[in-house]
Design a binder for this molecule. Sequence first.
Ligand code: PGA
Length: 250
Amino acid sequence: MRRKVIAGNWKMNMLPNETIEYIEKFSKLVKDTKNEVILCVPYTDLFYALMNAQDTNIKIGAQNMHFAEKGAYTGEISAQMLKSIGVEYVIIGHSERRQYFAETDESVNKKIKAAFSNGLKPIVCVGETLEQRESGLTEKIITMQTKLALEGLEEEQVKNTIIAYEPIWAIGTGETATAQDANESIKAIRGEVRKNYGEDVADNIIIQYGGSVKSSNAKELFETSDIDGGLVGGASLLPEEFAKIVNYDE
Ligand code: PGA
């Protein structure tokens, strides 16, 4: 049985003092869960989040990184920098980065490799636009993105990758894919992993759903056969609401 992994993506929200308050409240609400809990916070909150999550079951992630080891990349943060302060996870290839910051399948692949080289676990986002969905291209797009993201990785690394299937039309819109639809898309992604890396890797890889997950739809989504948890944006900004999502199975 795969574990459930539920990650919050704060995006460009929350200041250090809000981070400290949030974790104090949130950690009490999720302390008994057997699900894995991750908070992906802005760079400026990472240190405060790590300090305050120290004696809790909450793991901390970043939302992006550069693929180079170091060098003349003004304003960028490397995998080694994240690892050096104790960060465990990093979101790679979020659709907002693909859309606004010229992230490509190629840079996503390089970043995943750099993350693993430095001991970080990547949460890799794939997903189709509304236009692609309406043209019947969903499966083609998401399996291609998956293939290109994971290209050249070792089996063990693929097993330790988290994929987040996030249909772009469902992000921040209040529109959620139906649990059945999301499950079918995730089955297609798992099928692609099976084709390239075999049964064992496909059975073990964690594939989340993301896009307007809230406490009112989490249970239905997470109880399907192939959805292994969620990547949660807006609803992760409120500790009580996000705790209800994490505790969906209580
Ligand atoms: P949302 O965002 O939950 O606000 O739709 C999800 C995400 O972008 O990861």
